[in-house]
Design a protein around this ligand. Structure first.
Ligand code: DC
Length: 226
């Protein structure tokens, strides 16, 4: 007997540098599911806006940028207007701009259908800030990943070091705190756990342990369904 129910979604939300992106990628790989890095979409809107000199407070123009974004996700890379943008969207200036463009309802609305389009069989792991609350409120598995700002700043420092970039700890911590308050305090789709999300504090966990927690939650919901 086959169950042609809705395509399963695992929603993984949380603040910057909480490890959710790495955990989401591990879980998607373990299950053979598609992966949506929704933060990359906000970063791409920011990059396009910077390149086209669209002011970061021009909501209408940014909404248009979001709706018309010419982006392609390929394994391990993303292109914008046909050009590789994988590294460019990780720049600090783009990270900062992404959190600014994300406050505009027109930008968020402009990306909704594109995000929902990632929901294809056999399933989707979606990572972001509002996957469980706004984009996929019917997701069967919702996990809100956290870690202390200090642990996140340390991870960020390590990631940058791996790319050969030396960064001081204090400014990274300040930047993480600033981004947290902007993401939490915005009027539309603020960073908040869904009422039915499990919270996972990864401060003391390895990536493997965090991924195992998400997989166990998913398997439990699957068992409950059969
Ligand atoms: O997850 P990230 O750091 O790549 O996200 C970049 C920015 O995009 C972040 O500051 C907040 C925003 N964002 C959002 O508002 N909603 C999402 N679902 C994902 C990211």
């Amino acid at each position: 007997m086959t169950h042609a129910g809705p395509v399963p979604v695992i929603a993984i939300d949380g603040p910057a540098a909480s490890g959710k992106g790495t955990v989401a990628a591990r879980v998607a790989q373990a299950l053979g599911f598609h992966l949506l890095d929704s933060g990359a979409l906000y970063r791409l809107v920011a990059l396009e806006a910077i390149r086209a000199r669209v002011p970061l407070d021009d909501a209408d123009a940014l909404g248009r940028v979001a709706r018309e974004l010419d982006v392609r996700f390929e394994p391990g890379r993303v292109t914008l207007d046909g050009e590789d943008a994988t590294a460019a969207i990780r720049d600090e200036a783009v990270s900062e701009a992404a959190s600014r463009v994300a406050v505009h309802p027109a930008v968020r609305a402009g990306l909704i259908d594109r995000q929902r389009g990632f929901r294809r069989p056999p399933g989707l792991v979606a990572d972001g800030r509002d996957m469980g609350t706004v984009v996929f409120p019917d997701a069967g598995t919702k996990v809100f990943v956290t870690a202390t700002p200090e642990a996140r700043a340390m991870r960020r420092q390590r990631q940058l070091a791996e790319r050969g970039v030396r960064a001081a700890f204090a400014p990274l911590l300040d930047e993480i705190r600033a981004r947290d308050s902007r993401d939490r305090e915005r009027a539309v789709a603020p960073l908040l756990p869904a009422a039915d999300a499990a919270t996972l504090d990864t401060t003391e966990l390895t990536i493997e342990q965090a991924a195992a927690f998400v997989l166990e939650r998913y398997r439990r919901t699957q068992r409950a369904r059969t």
